[in-house]
Design a protein. Sequence first.
Length: 156
Amino acid sequence: MFDAPRQLVYRAFTDPDHLAAWWGPIGNSLPRDEIEFDVRPGGFQRWTEVNASDPGIRVRIHVRLTDVADGELLDGVMHVGGRLPEGIEPFETRLRVEFHDEADGRTRLEICQWLPDHLAHPSEEGWRQAFTKLDATLTNVQAVAADHRKAETWQS
């Protein structure tokens, strides 16, 4: 559950600048020049995640989007390759992210990811850390927007 409107949470998944601010475990980064999105049915999302402790580990992610409903749904097949952490081989998984309005302007996500058993725990931990970063990013974005609205009020 995120304390932010559904459209803002959706944008965090579909805008390259927003995704770069929060995706992946704490410390990892996404070089902005290695992110490319074409968010539509039949489109794609591609990015590279650089490991914080070993920058040589560069995970390349390519999602072939099969179903997109603006503000509501991202569904596709995620291919994970590149130079992966030791013990992890390239793999493919279906990924479905649903965005739901909740009371008080909050958003609930439903994420389904079909993974082999040996990848389930590392993936859960990665999502947990990423969502910690996403929550902070959404809070910051909303605070900046509120400050901007206050400044506009003062100017009028």
